[in-house]
Design a protein around this ligand. Sequence first.
Ligand SMILES: [Zn+2]
Length: 252
Amino acid sequence: MFPYYGNCGFIADYLEQKKDVIEIAYRSVLGNDLLEDVKSSFGLLGKGSFRDSGESTCMYLQSSLKGKCRVKDNGEIDFEDGFTIKIYPSFVFPKDFFENPRVSSAQKHYLIFHEWNHFIGFALNEIPISSVIAFLKKTLKADVKENYREKAEKAREELQEYEECITARLDWEMFPWFFSSGTIRLAEKTKQNLAEWGIDSMPEEEFVYDVLLNWRRHGEKGLSEFTGNIVKSFSGVNVVKKNIAELKSTSS
Ligand SMILES: [Zn+2]
C-alpha cells in the first residue's frame, strides 16, 4: 500500500509482500474515508522523497516560508495576510541499517511503520503538527532575538514530544503484536507522556477523531501557554503541501 521509491531492497520487498495486510490494518482503524485521504497524499511523494542515508530513520518536512510574521512574547504570532508555508514530506530510511543482518527483522519492520505513521498524521491534517515544528525550525535558523530563540526551542521540543506520543499510540493501534510479543518496548519517557496526555487510555475512535485529526484542539489542554498560542495563531497561515521535486534548492 505504501509507495516506496528508495533503493533499499529489504524495504521495497517487505512493503510489496505485505501490502494487502497493511491496507486491511489501516482500513480497520481509519475507516474508508480517512484511508482514501491518506492515499491521496501519496502523490506528494516521489523518488527524491526517500533518502537512503542518514543518522536514523525519520519522516521529516522541508519547508519554505513566504511573507512576514511577528511573534509576541506570549507566543501569539501576527502573520501578514497571505503568509504561506510550503511543506515537503520526505523520509530517511538508511540502507545500512535495513540491510544489516545483525538488526532483527521485527525492529526493522516496526521502524518502517513508525515513520509511515508520522506520515499518516501529516496527511490527515490540514495543518499538521510537523508543519508547526518545521516553521519553528526555520525561524530558529533566522536572525532572531535570544528571548525568542529559547522559547521557540522549547516549543519545538514540546510539539515534537506531543507528535511522538500521538504516533506511538497509532503504532500500538495498528500493530499491537509488536508490543504484546515484547518485540518492541516504548521508551519510558514516551509511556509517561502518553499517560500525561491521557492518550494511552482513550478508546480507539476517540483517539482517531479527537487527537489524531484534532490535535490542535486536544493540545490546547496540555501545551504550555507559549506553544499553545503559536498553535492557535496557525489558523492564520496558509499551509500548502508539496512534492519535494518542486522545492528549489535555493529556498530550502
Ligand atoms: Zn517517531
